[in-house]
Design a protein around this ligand. Sequence first.
Ligand code: AMP
Length: 418
Amino acid sequence: MTFASLGLTPNIANLVESLGYKTPTPIQTAAIPVVLEQKDLMAGAQTGTGKTAAFALPLLHKITQFKEANSTSSIQVLVLTPTRELAQQVHASFVRYSQGLSVHSVVVYGGASINVQLDALKQGCDVLIATPGRLLELIMKNLVDLSGLKSLVLDEADRMLDMGFIIDIQRILKNLPSARQTLFFSATFNDDIFALSKTLLKDPTLIEVNSRNTTATEVEQRVYAVDKDRKSGLISFLIGSKNWQQVLIFTRTKQGADELAKEMGEDGIATQSIHGDKSQGARDRVLADLKAGKIRALVATDVAARGIDIEQLQYVINHELPYNAEDYIHRIGRTGRAGATGLAISLVSEKERYLLTDIEKLVNENFVPQWLPGFEPNLDKIENTSKKRPPSKKELREKALGIHSPKPKHSKRKRPRR
Ligand code: AMP
């Protein structure tokens, strides 16, 4: 199978082959002909499967054809992404894939100067890549013309819903021509995703490259049982003793990310953190530092890590398991990209076991937690915590009066703000 045999112009086919893409990935093989036919698409594909090229290449093909036949220029493709990082990454892919073609791509996202983005739009734009908030701002201020739009791509639609963008998306949709092609990409599926897709897609072709909600097959998943207070030591030990470079570590909170980066730095592992409180410039810098090998590890929250594309990233470590089991799939999808192998390590303390159970159910796999010599969990502690504490006076009184106490607080799986 070659890119040319999928119907792409020789120009585009030759270009991707010159980028080192020898054969199309499964999502590319399935999606490219559908997009070229101008049909709607609902694709279940996680990051790392080559999904960006699966939509970018055929869309560039169509833009080129349109521009050859028409002298007018307008925004023909809109790609909506949940985060700035993913927007930048998709933009970089469009730029890479359109070398030598006269196609202009512009990226807009919040947290950066709108004037610079407006200047870029004024230079001419065929492909607009945007996060929902900033795009809505441009639409409301009448600063962007989407009347000539032919194709809309929703990238990582599941994450857009998770991040609460549904209202923004609905408002954006009202401002788009209804006669258009819509391409819908999501790594995971649930009822909300199907409900959204139904409002957007007309007779879509359904493509799933992996079965639903599965993790990347090329990624080895390992779970270590370890006490909470020994996790950072274990991570520094693994990275140091095995001489790992370019490690992405996930924490649940911004504060947790900063603390872990500091502790690892004290252990002699050059580490930085990336999360929503950091400026765009700071986020770009640490990412560049990781890619250039100036730091060995990056600690990230789920939202900030979205869209990070580090070629050859081999190691992902979950310092804590995510509250939302689907985030696990996204996290480990950072490694093992486009057929490369990867290792995903999850550190699980006794109190987090229920989160592991949720993940096991979602990915339909059973993990056997291992002990890393030197970091074995303290069994006395586990036994002590699992021993029933003596009832309090209040509980004894309630029992005597036949009143049922409410469930203990810790059983509520409340998700902290990220
Ligand atoms: P994506 O899933 O779009 O984030 O792509 C993941 C990675 O795979 C990116 O680094 C792409 O450059 C790379 N890639 C995409 N398509 C191919 C292909 N056909 N062959 C080799 N690498 C690819």
